[in-house]
Design a protein around this ligand. Structure first.
Ligand code: CP
Length: 306
């Protein structure tokens, strides 16, 4: 059974196909409005979410299907001690496809190993968030026309930011990518990603604590929230949370066609005054997330029927 747990589960060709389908859905929504008639999506969210859960639900509804699920662990039998494996076996009796978010890294993989229907990782702890990456890739493709020869700056919490880990992994498969890692010392990108992704794929990268000094080089600036829920103590979070706040004056030396991205939710990382800058793409990412998730649901359901 085909699932999406890690962005590397799909080839570059498959990613390009998903992006092409999402663009076709944007242009011809009526063509897709009954594609998932009588199909059910189960959204199993053991952690809070606004965009991911509701975009999955909107995606399935716009495909003509329906949705069941829960939005917090304490609304499910996990609160009574049920395992992820048993939950996945149970939901396989009720639905055709699962989208799961869980605070434990690897939980969606365990679900996929026990379910008899496709499982989509909707975010697992500080590990991966492959469907946010799909939304990010669709946004980059629509804003930049492709993925080659881009200098991409990742700024903020690169240690716990699972969207960063998945997007770096995805972009490392395209040619001419350069990566600039901007974070406080304590929130640097994990060594295993530098070794297994950046170095392994010979992606040039540099690390800095100073956002403004690298701003003129960037084609894409990917801002991130400091992930309070992953910190062991509140003191460290409070010290680091406002390390980077993007304000209009910090963009004076940025490229005219810079693409400013953020997976959201934001706290203070981007001033609302930036929202009206034509380079702000983070609410386009939100909308693109729905279309790419429609394409993903279609692909996985089609493959399950083969
Ligand atoms: N980007 C993202 O995962 O947002 P939510 O936590 O609201 O789903």
């Amino acid at each position: 059974m085909r699932s999406l747990i890690d962005i590397l589960d799909f080839t570059v060709d498959e990613l390009n196909e998903l992006i092409a389908t999402a663009n076709d859905i944007i242009d011809n929504p009526d063509k897709y409005c009954e594609k998932c008639k009588r199909k059910k999506l189960a959204t199993l969210f053991f952690e809070p979410s606004t965009r991911t859960r509701l975009s999955f639900e909107a995606a399935m509804i716009e495909l003509g299907g329906s949705v069941i699920g829960f939005s917090a662990a304490n609304n499910s039998s996990a609160a009574k001690g049920e395992s992820v494996a048993d939950t996945a076996k149970t939901i396989s009796c009720y639905a055709d496809i699962i989208a799961m978010r869980h605070p434990k890294e690897g939980a969606p993989l365990v679900a996929a190993q026990n379910a008899t229907i496709p499982v989509i990782n909707a975010g697992d702890g500080g590990h991966n968030h492959p469907t946010q990456t799909l939304a990010d890739l669709l946004t980059i493709q629509r804003e930049k026309g492709g993925f080659e020869n881009l200098t991409v700056g990742f700024c903020g919490d690169l240690k716990f930011g699972r969207t960063v880990h998945s997007l770096i992994t995805a972009l490392s498969r395209y040619s001419g990518i350069k990566v600039v890692l901007i974070s406080p010392e304590e929130l640097k990108l994990p060594s295993y990603i530098k070794k297994d992704v950046l170095k392994k794929n010979s992606i040039p990268y540099k690390q800095t604590t100073d956002l403004e000094s690298v701003m003129p080089e960037l084609d894409i600036l990917y801002m991130t929230r400091v992930q309070r829920e992953r910190f062991f103590n509140e003191e460290d979070y409070l010290r680091l949370k406002d390390s980077y706040i993007l304000e209009p004056k910090k963009l004076t030396k940025a490229k005219k066609d810079l693409c400013i991205m953020h997976p959201l939710p934001r706290v203070n990382e981007i001033s609302v005054a930036v929202d009206n800058d034509p380079r702000a793409c983070y609410f386009k990412q939100v909308l693109n997330g729905k279309y790419i998730r429609m394409a993903l649901i279609l692909k996985l359901l089609e493959e399950a029927e083969k």
